[in-house]
Design a protein around this ligand. Structure first.
Ligand code: C5P
Ligand code: MG
Length: 192
C-alpha cells in the first residue's frame, strides 16, 4: 500500500473542525482522527498511566507531550487499515510538529493543512453554547477557553505560519454557517 495521505485540520477552539471533518468523512471517505478526542478517550481508559497528565493539560488548555499524542494517532491509523486521514487538532505546537516529523514524517504523504479561521469572540460563543448544551467537556468554560486561546495564538499560529510558508495551507473562513463553510471545504477537497 502507498503512504497514507494526510490532511491536517487546524483552527481555534470552536472554529468547527469537528463539524467539518464529519462532513468530509461522509462525502470523501476520509478517516477522521481528532487528537483531542483520542486524548479524551485515553484519559478515561481504565489503568491508563497518562489519565491525570492528560486531564491537567486539557483543563489548562496546554498541550500534551507529543510522544503520547503521536502514538495514539499512529495506533489509530494502523488500526483503521485505511489510507486517507483527517488529523484534526494536530500539530498544535513545536513539540507536536517536531515529534510528528521525527516519527511519521517519512511514513506519510502530507497533502494539505486546512486552516479554519474564525474570531476569538465567535469561537468562544460557540464553545460556551456547546458547554451549555451538555458537551460534558471540562474545558468548555470561560476560564479554560481563555487559556486555550493563549495556547492557540502563541503555540499553534506559528505552526500554521510554518506550513503557510511551505505552501500547504488552505485557509477557510469559518465564521459562516456550517453549510457555507462546507461549500468552501468541498472546493478545496476537490482540488486535491
Ligand atoms: O482539539 P480539542 O479542542 O478537542 O483539544 C482539546 C484539548 O486537548 C486541548 O486544549 C489540549 O489540552 C489537548 N490537545 C493536546 N494536543 C493536541 C490536541 C489536543 O494536548 N494535539
Ligand atoms: Mg474537536
Amino acid at each position: 500500500m502507498s503512504k497514507p495521505n494526510i490532511l491536517f485540520v487546524l483552527g481555534g477552539p470552536g472554529a468547527g473542525k469537528g463539524t467539518q471533518c464529519a462532513k468530509i468523512v461522509e462525502n470523501f471517505g476520509y478517516v477522521h482522527l481528532s487528537a483531542g478526542d483520542l486524548l479524551r478517550e485515553e484519559r478515561k481508559a481504565p489503568g491508563s498511566q497518562f489519565g491525570e497528565l492528560i486531564e491537567h493539560h486539557i483543563t489548562n488548555g496546554t498541550i500534551v507531550p507529543v510522544e503520547i499524542t503521536c502514538s495514539l494517532l499512529e495506533r489509530a491509523m494502523n488500526k483503521s487499515e485505511k489510507n486517507d486521514f483527517l488529523i484534526d487538532g494536530f500539530p498544535r505546537n513545536e513539540d507536536n510538529l517536531s515529534g510528528w516529523n521525527r516519527v511519521m514524517g517519512e511514513k506519510v504523504n502530507l497533502k494539505k493543512v486546512l486552516f479554519f479561521h474564525c474570531s476569538q469572540e465567535v469561537c468562544t460563543e460557540r464553545c460556551l453554547a456547546r458547554g451549555a448544551a451538555g458537551s460534558g467537556r471540562t474545558d468548555d468554560n470561560e476560564e479554560s477557553l481563555r487559556k486555550r486561546f493563549v495556547t492557540y495564538e502563541n503555540a499553534t499560529m506559528p505552526i500554521i505560519k510554518y506550513y503557510e510558508e511551505k505552501g500547504f495551507v488552505a485557509q477557510i473562513d469559518a465564521t459562516k454557517t456550517p453549510e457555507e463553510v462546507y461549500s468552501d471545504v468541498e472546493a478545496v477537497l476537490k482540488s486535491l
